[in-house]
Design a protein around this ligand. Structure first.
Ligand code: SIN
Ligand code: CO
Length: 396
């Protein structure tokens, strides 16, 4: 995706202009972001999807003015003619290729930030109430109409004791009725309330925004794994080559220790030794990217990979007439020559053509990148094919 090419999806803005003017700053309404949009899942498909155990779903409705929520799966849902209910299905991109393709239209934002495509199906009057989200969201109208009211209000106090987040004082400032193909982008913390007008389906393209505490803990845990792996006491959380760092294999010693009359007191020397050892850990970009690469590519809990039926040895068979395509559930991220795939680290030769597989989510075997692959890389690819992380698509 070229950052400077105007996109219909963004109302004629280029991704670069959208990121500069709107991303994390202000809402954007795009009429006919996808003209003639036909979602890959129908309302009936979503009703079917939320019957499944592996699909995270919630049903939301009001009972005598009181908000109610029930987690799925749902063997039965209310009829569409019963007004005022909504069912939400999370991570539909893990269950449906069309939804994954839709999510990928938003890859002008890095994969590290893209989260999932959630689908809501609502009957007339249904909605999840006035609330705010802590994440950016693109709300794409997929079926029927939804009336969105939004507000930049500062007062984000929530009603207490409810099963979902509902604003105490919602003061709408703008109102839009979205038709299929229309889309509303909202940055984090913009108050909003969307109410279905008739049978309605909305797709939310959501983003990952970990708290700084989560990031810090991840780096600390990776540092901890690295320390133990380096002295051979633990294979490390992910079983990968240990991240760079010190080898603290010497044991604490206290020659010259004096006899004590307070045996229960913690020795100061031991406290200082623990602190000094911790201070030898190097918090650098290599450590942080190791944590992020592995963590961000951990498959979603909804992911399922079907191992390949027959083995394909690419080293012998290369080049094939076709392309390699990551499974819709495969997560790929790289930094320098470290490629992370589904929580695992693959070390690439310098300038590897495999980074193109991650960026393009496709690698033409006889194309510019395919022709440059080395036997080690073909070995890795064979492995990923066998696990169902990649698929081979023959030329038509
Ligand atoms: C919905 O689709 O009903 C809710 C989406 C949202 O408000 O974030
Ligand atoms: Co919301």
């Amino acid at each position: 995706m070229k950052p400077d090419t105007p996109l219909e999806l963004l109302g004629g803005l280029s991704p670069a202009a959208f990121m500069k003017k709107h991303w994390q700053r202000k809402p954007l309404l795009v009429r006919q972001a996808i003209p003639g949009f036909r979602p890959s899942l129908s309302i009936a498909d979503v009703r079917e999807l939320v019957r499944r155990d592996e699909v995270e779903s919630r049903l939301i409705w009001q009972d005598g003015g009181e908000w109610k929520m029930k987690p799925g799966p749902f063997a039965r849902l209310p009829a569409m003619r019963r007004s005022g209910w909504t069912v939400l299905a999370q991570s539909t991109d893990a269950h449906d290729d069309g939804m994954a393709e839709l999510l990928h239209r938003f890859r002008f934002v890095p994969d590290a930030r893209l989260d999932d495509a959630m689908v809501s199906v609502a009957s007339d009057g249904g909605g999840v109430g006035p609330h705010f989200d802590s994440y950016d969201v693109f709300l794409l109208q997929a079926h029927g109409r939804r009336r969105w009211r939004i507000s930049a209000q500062r007062d984000l106090a929530l009603e207490e004791g409810l099963p979902l987040k509902i604003l105490k004082h919602f003061r709408p400032e703008q109102e839009y009725v979205l038709e299929p193909g229309d889309m509303l982008y909202l940055p984090p913390h913009v108050a909003h309330d969307g109410i279905a007008e008739g049978d309605c389906m909305t797709i939310s393209i959501g983003f990952r925004a970990p708290t700084l505490a989560t990031l810090a803990r991840g780096v600390l845990e990776t540092a901890g794994d690295q320390l133990m792996a380096r002295i051979g006491e633990d294979a490390g959380l992910y079983g990968a080559r240990p991240a760079p760092g010190p080898k603290l294999d010497k044991r604490y010693g206290d020659r010259g220790l004096k006899a004590t009359s307070h045996p229960a007191r913690l020795p100061d020397e031991l406290v200082r030794a623990a602190l000094e050892a911790a201070q030898r850990v190097k918090f650098d970009e290599a450590l942080a990217s190791r944590f992020l690469g592995q963590w961000l590519t951990e498959p979603s809990p909804a992911a399922w990979f079907e191992p390949a039926s027959g083995e394909l040895d690419l080293v012998r068979a290369w080049p094939l007439d076709g392309a390699l395509v990551p499974d819709r559930c495969t997560r790929l991220i790289y930094r320098g020559s470290d490629l992370y795939i589904n929580g695992e680290l693959a070390e690439l030769p310098a300038g590897s053509a495999l980074r193109a597989l991650a960026d393009d989510r496709r690698l033409d075997c006889r194309g510019r990148h395919g022709r440059r692959l080395e036997p080690d890389e073909l070995d890795m690819l064979s492995d990923w094919l066998a696990q169902g992380w990649l698929h081979f698509v023959p030329d038509a």
